[in-house]
Write a protein that binds this ligand. Sequence first.
Ligand code: PLP
Length: 375
Amino acid sequence: MNPIYLDYGATTPLDPAVAAAMEPWGVAGYGNPHSAHLWGYQAKAAVEIARDAVAALLHAPPETIAFTSGATESVNWALKGLLTHPSNTRRRIVTLATEHSCVLETAHYLESLGAQLTIVPVRANGIVDLGDLERALGEDVALVSAMLVNNEIGVIQPIAAIARAAHAVGAVMHCDAAQAFGKVPIDVDALGIDLLSLTAHKVHGPKGVGALYRRPFTMLTPLLHGGGQEDGRSGTLPTALIVGLGAAARIAGERMAGDREHALALRDRLLASLTVPVEVNGDLEARWPGNLNLGFPGIAAPLLSLLPGLALSSGSACAAVTGRASHVLTALGLSEPAAKASLRLGFGRFTTPAEIDAAAAQINAVVTRLSQDAA
Ligand SMILES: Cc1ncc(COP(=O)(O)O)c(C=O)c1O
């Protein structure tokens, strides 16, 4: 039997309706959307419908959306594109300690090329102190980058306030919305976002496709040089993947309130079913409810290997590869062993209450056994 899938933070199951929307474009509809003939026009029309759906979910005009291979590429384009553009004379990036590695590593790379980097800590609940952020800002800051929903602890940063502080010093506001797109309402104008990175596979779409929102007149050097297809992002567009992103966006828009309620009910059920002492890492209120990051007081053993019936992670999927303690949890003040003993549970649209009950029973059994062994 397959383990119960509770790793929605790593990726989400493809919605069957998304797969059905993609199907005609994966095999029969092979025209290049940039070709000037019927095959091309049909593919291009499908791409533009998807662009409209993505834009609608951000309350942005369609022409501000450029398709990419995912949030990693979008983030790389936003940060490198802005810092290396000839019109930009500022050299400093300000970001948060709990950002995804695609932001932190890109920022470190730019630092190696001469940029300056300020990493602002977060409070024990995972949310940045706006005073700390404001003190880090100055007229030399080109870009502030902050995540909307955190991929490890689900915590929601106060993006509108962060953007106001960024704009007060003339900096551009970038938001990594990989985990937020389609789950929480996003209005780029209301939030003051100038650049926004998103991906399809965290919202029941396919892997390998995402988008970058660019506020008009935000000048970016291209990341991929070539035919210039996506207003400076070169490469033939993958019609089927883009149609999948568009369908995922449309469905997410329609189901947003229901998906949230479902996730919240599952979360409350899981918390109520845990009979062992547990601590939730990260703020429980300002949080996407499809994430629970749990620590177990007194347990320092990596729990993951003792729960073969559950498909989940202790941190991000990337941290699972390197075996390092999560930089997000240590930024909250957890010790390395406590971070490694934490569990990140991600659930949502296709998770059933029975799966949650089974997961709680397995966690209760393992933690009880470990506590008895330690006593
Ligand atoms: C917050 C966040 N940013 C960026 C990414 C990277 O997205 P992608 O897999 O589309 O490159 C992920 C997930 O992998 C993520 O959770």
